[in-house]
Design a protein around this ligand. Sequence first.
Ligand SMILES: Cc1cc2ncn([C@H]3O[C@H](COP(=O)(O)O)[C@@H](O)[C@H]3O)c2cc1C
Ligand SMILES: O=C(O)c1cccnc1
Length: 348
Amino acid sequence: MATFNITPINKDITAALQHKIDNKTKPLGALGLLENIALQIGCIQQTLTPVLRQPNIVVFAGDHGIAKEGVSPFPQEVTYQMVFNFLQGGAGINVFTRQNGMQIRVVDAGVNFDFNQHPGLIHAKVGMGTKSYLHEPAMTQVQCAEAMEKGAAIVREIHQEGCNVIGFGEMGISNTSAAAIIMSLLGDIPLEQCIGRGTGLDDEGLTKKKAILAEAIARHKPIDKTPINVLSTFGGFEIAMMCGAMLQAAASGMIILVDGFISTAALLTASKINEHILDYCIFTHQSNERGHHLMLSHLKAVPLLHLGMRLGEGTGAAVAYPIILSAVTFLNEMASFESAGVSNKVEA
Ligand SMILES: Cc1cc2ncn([C@H]3O[C@H](COP(=O)(O)O)[C@@H](O)[C@H]3O)c2cc1C
Ligand SMILES: O=C(O)c1cccnc1
């Protein structure tokens, strides 16, 4: 497997950044989480004047063999149909990236459909969907490594074009199931607490999903809980590709915008491969999918937004982007007490 050389962030610049933030014309701490983000981005870029360049969202699409067991209310075909929707510019993620001046890339990581060449589609197919992990591993470890390497290569190219802030989204019917199992095994969290309604299962559907996923885990016992084994046994091509892409983004010193439940499961896997990736991550929102808040707590992550969203595709990351831009902009443009001639004396 490719190794990802991620430099832990040098925190020497923290004091100077904090001083700059504290000297802005505002009470101490009055910009709340925006201040934390400004500090983090300043540290990532090792500068008091950070810049966000060419923000990108990459949407990885892949199909899951487990879909035929009935763990999602939607059929597998929705994955490829949504890929066409992305390419036509009509999906949620298209709307928010357009609104916020972000570039979107769509990747066929392993959809069960043969796409023709399309200028908006990156062809990186590892297979026609994964196998059903109720019966056999979702993919081989060779396929898993291939998916991760392809994800890394896509990010290397985007980085070379000048992008330094990148969010990751996904599309894959039934992928909340893969994400739940990954969360349980790598986060050491009881499976029951990791499983949610996904695209909208009713009570009966949820009970069935829980039974199937418990059976799938039992089928593979004893489980070697190394990240690559968990990823290849239960993951999806889009999740593995996102994991490699995230590791490469950190290795390239980019800011990573983490989206919802599935995106966080990919990041959790990446963090078990190299924990330093967490220095580069901004957790853009807390999804309404059951378990996301627990996965975020496991990662000691503080999400920016709580909008009750549960869509995926990178939509949380795209919606949060203007807030991240606000953090960088106040750091660069807001007057200091000295420059504005405002008194910084707090009355006793
Ligand atoms: C029309 C439609 C658009 C979507 N966009 C993202 N997802 C989201 O829902 C899927 C996961 O939920 P589950 O595990 O329940 O299948 C993923 O494709 C995810 O990206 C969508 C789902 C649907 C139906
Ligand atoms: O939080 C997410 O990313 C999510 C939740 C439900 C369905 N699809 C995606």
